[in-house]
Design a protein around this ligand. Structure first.
Ligand SMILES: [Zn+2]
Ligand SMILES: [Zn+2]
Length: 390
């Protein structure tokens, strides 16, 4: 491990910031205190700070003192999850039903640490935009910032972000291409006709229709799609009826599609619609289908993955870098930024005996030990891309 001295000196501060944020979790688009904290810190580093971008987003802009050059966007997410923390840590959440269970507290502290160091001497040529994004957990924060003109107001030639991972401590995982899956949500409502359980011939029972649709659509991956490109259809919610002796008039299925390939995505959407509509109409019922894309697939560009690899190998050494393992079917809304600008989203392992719980677990906590690693990688990346002491 070769942490830059200025970053090493900031470890206690970064840890304090992270724990401060951890104790005060806020959900997507409600990050008011969080955004204020971040903006105040960035101002303290002497940056131009812009607030309320994509509702609660914040951007800090830092210009190098060696003149013009490329612009780089570094991004962290700010939102917490609607869960209650299980462990009685000293810095545990002070809000019942709210928890930084995905480590976005750590991502913010990392970016603040990098911002603090890079603003010390601004010894680079070009511009840095420190992007603090709201509402990553399915509420559309990246798109909100983009629709608010993020890249028009803060032009970025390339963008970078990282996520903590349950992999071993200090391991850096870098993909040249697809990192994370696209994730869609569908809601299928079957409208039948209710009646008495004793006279089903007078009703149109939506339950067997919903059951057939569920079995048919969950079986689509692997039959409809190429097994070489993974896809998953999962129905996570199925609701119909109240009483044992009554046929309800409707049934609702809510589920998700996960895959890496856009063509497979639209193929699955079209087929889910076709199956639901035809199963329903076959029985004299009607299906309403709402289908929404929550996350695009997260796709890096190989050149920028290479820049992260160079920066990371200076910090953790080449032996701690894992290249292109099989991607997992998780998803990430930095994908929408990567659709518009080239860049790299990478992972840093935080697993050690004290940090075994995976993200979104009530026992999870971000590992402060990776703050200097992550901030160090961002600092080296900027030095490498925008030159140092030119
Ligand atoms: Zn998460
Ligand atoms: Zn996350």
């Amino acid at each position: 491990m070769n942490i830059p001295a200025q970053i090493g000196a900031l470890k206690a501060d970064m840890t304090a910031w992270r724990r401060h944020l951890h104790a005060r979790p806020e959900l997507g688009f409600e990050e008011l205190e969080t955004a204020h904290f971040v903006a105040e810190k960035l101002r303290g580093f002497g940056m131009e700070v812009y607030e309320n971008i994509g509702r609660t987003g914040v951007v800090g802009t830092l210009k190098g003192r060696h003149g013009g050059g490329p612009s780089i966007g570094l991004r962290a997410d700010m939102d917490a999850l609607p869960m209650t923390e299980a462990r009685a840590l000293p810095h545990a959440s002070r809000v019942q039903g709210r928890m930084h269970a995905c480590g976005h507290d750590g991502h913010m502290a990392t970016l603040l640490g990098a911002a603090a160091v890079l603003s010390l001497d601004r010894a680079f040529a070009g511009t840095l935009h420190f992007i603090f994004q709201p509402a990553e957990e399915g509420r559309g924060g990246a798109l909100a910032m983009l629709e608010d003109g993020l890249f028009e107001r803060f032009p970025c030639d390339e963008i970078y972000a990282y996520h903590n991972s349950e992999r071993p401590f200090g391991q850096v995982v870098i993909y040249d291409d697809v990192v994370a899956a696209a994730a869609d949500r569908f809601t299928i409502t079957i409208h039948g006709r209710g009646g008495h359980a004793a006279t089903p011939h007078l009703a149109v029972d939506p339950l067997p229709i919903a059951a057939r649709i569920l079995l048919a659509i969950e079986a689509l991956p692997g039959r409809l799609t190429n097994v070489a490109s993974p896809a998953v259809v999962t129905v996570g919610s199925l609701h119909a009826g109240e009483a044992f002796n009554t046929i309800p008039d409707k049934a609702t299925l809510v589920g998700t599609v996960r895959c890496f390939d856009d063509e497979i995505r639209s193929q699955l959407e079209a087929t889910i619609r076709r199956v639901a509509e035809s199963e329903a109409s076959m029985c004299g019922a009607r299906a309403d289908i709402a289908y929404e894309t929550l996350f695009a697939a997260t796709v890096n560009t190989a050149a920028h993955a290479g820049f992260v690899e160079n920066a990371a190998s200076e910090i953790v050494g080449a032996g701690a870098i894992v290249r292109n393992p099989a991607p997992e079917l998780g998803s990430e809304d930095f994908s929408f930024m990567l659709q518009r600008r080239p860049g790299c989203y990478f992972l840093i392992g935080q697993g050690d005996p004290d940090h075994q719980a995976v993200a979104h677990d009530v026992n999870y906590d971000f590992n402060d030990g990776i703050l200097p690693i992550a901030a160090g990688i961002f600092v080296r990346l900027v030095e490498q891309r925008l030159g140092r002491n030119r």
